[in-house]
Design a protein around this ligand. Structure first.
Ligand code: 5GP
Length: 147
């Protein structure tokens, strides 16, 4: 865990690294050779998805160009799926760099949240129902074309 004014070093045992290794499960929405998208278990709104690179990056400063590009391309696919499934145009794209900014998992990730900045729920606060997360993941995955 990083101190306020110091960048974390990459921890191979962080929760998202464990997901990438298949050591812990996630409600997968999309995967390709450079990225994985899955449901946030403490969503700030219904349909909150995280997109991560398959690269050991703590934050934006570590992200290699091909992974930066891949994360954005996957984010576009996920956002389009959220627009279709939730029948709303407004999707928040958020990304926190460092504990001072509120980052809590130190593997780079983009948040895609079907909400408004004026209605956003609390960050990483309340666990969602897993059956509901699984159902939403299925709905989103169904409208994303295979890569
Ligand atoms: P950060 O604070 O680093 O920007 O966001 C980390 C996000 O990961 C939070 O929104 C939090 O709810 C989510 N999160 C934390 N632990 C887990 C987990 O075990 N599984 C999933 N799917 N999301 C998690």
């Amino acid at each position: 865990m990083s101190q306020n004014n110091q960048k974390s070093t990459y921890d191979d045992n962080n929760i998202f690294a464990k997901m990438l290794n298949g050591d812990i499960p996630c409600h997968k929405v999309y995967e390709d050779d450079r990225t994985l998208a899955f449901m946030d278990i403490m969503p700030q709104a219904e349909g909150h998805v995280l997109v991560i690179p398959k690269q050991k990056a703590v934050d934006l400063s570590d992200l290699e160009p091909e992974y930066a590009s891949a994360v954005l391309m996957t984010s576009k696919k996920v956002m389009q799926a959220q627009r279709e499934v939730f029948e709303r145009e407004g999707i928040i794209q958020m990304q926190l760099n460092g504990s001072q900014a509120g980052q809590t998992v130190f593997h780079y990730h983009v948040h895609l949240i079907p909400s408004s900045i004026h209605e956003l729920g609390r960050h990483a606060a309340t666990q969602a129902d897993h059956e509901k997360l699984a159902e939403i993941a299925k709905q989103l995955a169904a409208v994303i074309p295979a890569s």
